[in-house]
Design a protein around this ligand. Structure first.
Ligand code: 5GP
Length: 148
């Protein structure tokens, strides 16, 4: 998909926003939704997306929506680091298929990194649903605690 492709309202993240497809939700407000990656590259891999912006990538998202997304990325990164205690954390965002983008609704990745553990293959191996459920419960508790 090119950088200038038209937004497809049937993409999987648009379906998740509409409630037409499920997700392991970690956070939602009027503008932003965050959920666990179904094909995680590391334990705790999380995605953060704008809800109101029909933007494929960083070139076409409005800056207000982008600011709201990055604010939630920071909050969730803090909670994920506090709960999972990784040794590092990557925050990433890809634009266009040649750059590694596979879902064409703007999103940011939070990818915890653990010393000695390589990164899983991108969007390749589906996680165990029971593991995702447990992880979701852990992170939801931590997020709730961090919000006081
Ligand atoms: P991209 O490759 O576009 O930067 O990232 C898309 C991400 O979405 C990948 O990490 C992939 O594993 C994830 N993904 C693809 N389909 C689904 C899905 O149906 N549900 C969730 N939660 N994540 C998905």
């Amino acid at each position: 998909m090119s950088l200038t492709a038209t937004y497809d309202a049937q993409n999987i993240f648009a379906q998740i926003i509409r409630g037409d497809a499920p997700c392991y939700k970690l956070y939602e407000d009027d503008d932003v939704l965050a959920f666990l990656d179904l094909f995680p590259q590391s334990f705790g891999h999380t995605l953060v997306i704008p809800k109101r912006s029909a933007a494929c990538n960083i070139l076409d998202v409005d800056s207000e929506a982008l600011c709201k997304v990055i604010g939630v990325v920071q909050q969730l990164t803090r909670a994920i680091v506090a709960e999972l205690e990784p040794d590092g954390v990557q925050v990433a965002q890809f634009n266009g298929a040649p750059a590694g983008q596979t879902v064409f609704h703007l999103h940011m990745h939070i990818v915890p990194r653990y010393t000695g553990q390589g990164l899983g293959v991108h969007a390749a191996q589906k996680a165990d649903p029971a593991e995702l459920e447990q992880l979701q419960a852990r992170l939801l508790r931590r997020i709730a605690a961090s919000r006081g």
